[in-house]
Design a binder for this molecule. Sequence first.
Ligand code: 5AD
Length: 322
Amino acid sequence: MSISFKRTLECALEAPRNIPARDLAGMLSCNDKSVVADLFAAANEVSKKCSKVLLKRALIEFSNICSRDCYYCGIRKSSPLINRYHMTIEELLKVSEEAKEEGFTAIALQGGEIESEANTAFVEEFLSRVDIPEITLSLGEQTTDVYKRWKDAAKGKLLRYLLRIETSSTELFSKIHPPEASFNKRLGAIRKLKSLDYITGSGVMIGLPGQAIDDLANDIVFFGDEKLDMVGMGPYIPCDSTPLQAPTFSSQERLELSLKMIALTRLYLWDVNIVSSTALEVLSSGARDIALRVGANVIMPNFTPNKYRLEYQLYPGKQQIK
Ligand code: 5AD
């Protein structure tokens, strides 16, 4: 292994945030098998040093109705190909109960992004009625008032919120979103969640068309600067019905980059929860398990009822994965 990569890993094992952005980028572009193996081993060592244990959260995708038109997403507002659904409160409580019976103490509630009183009140009612100790919400950008209402409704439960920034590059952000989407507004929402004492997570997509290795290195620095408690990121999977096509990276490259991003995020942040995403499994069967050995420690098995799962296709291949 080259002296400089060896030194980079040694420094990373000494303290958190001990890798300069240019070395993060260097590691991301390095394809030397022995360097990558050492990177993965170092990330695993940090996971152990920080006593990271495997956390399991039952994922329930309760609605695919979305007001957003993100260029990469299969459930975007203009997608003509899907039937829209919204589970009832009773269905949602029943699925949560099933997860509990299977031993889950945590669920992750995900849905299309809707800002409406009906949606706010629905989630509020669910949070106050569900009998599960830990809940992660992934319901997009909302006003401070809405975030506060959900926090109040979940009193006595541990509440997390995952709001991906998608990319920390403002330039790339504007290329993958329609003009009405605002990077600053999204970042503002992440900061708002933190200030309201949500356990806050964010993340990015890896291998987007036009994304540079330096962008990915900057994403890791961004996670540190925003002092996130949780990082959820995964490879970009092109989706036929969307305007964003032709990834810059092959699927093998996106897989390798994603695993390196996970390992480097663990090495850079140390004590943080990192999700092993479903999108990894779409690229290669077993990839989620590999991610758990190179820095990730959260897994989110899908509990969305089968009859809805086909319609929550953020990207192709997703619905087959449990
Ligand atoms: N490929 C990979 N991830 C995607 N997401 C949406 N569309 C895709 C895609 N085509 C991710 C986004 C979003 C999360 C719910 O799913 O990061 O925040």
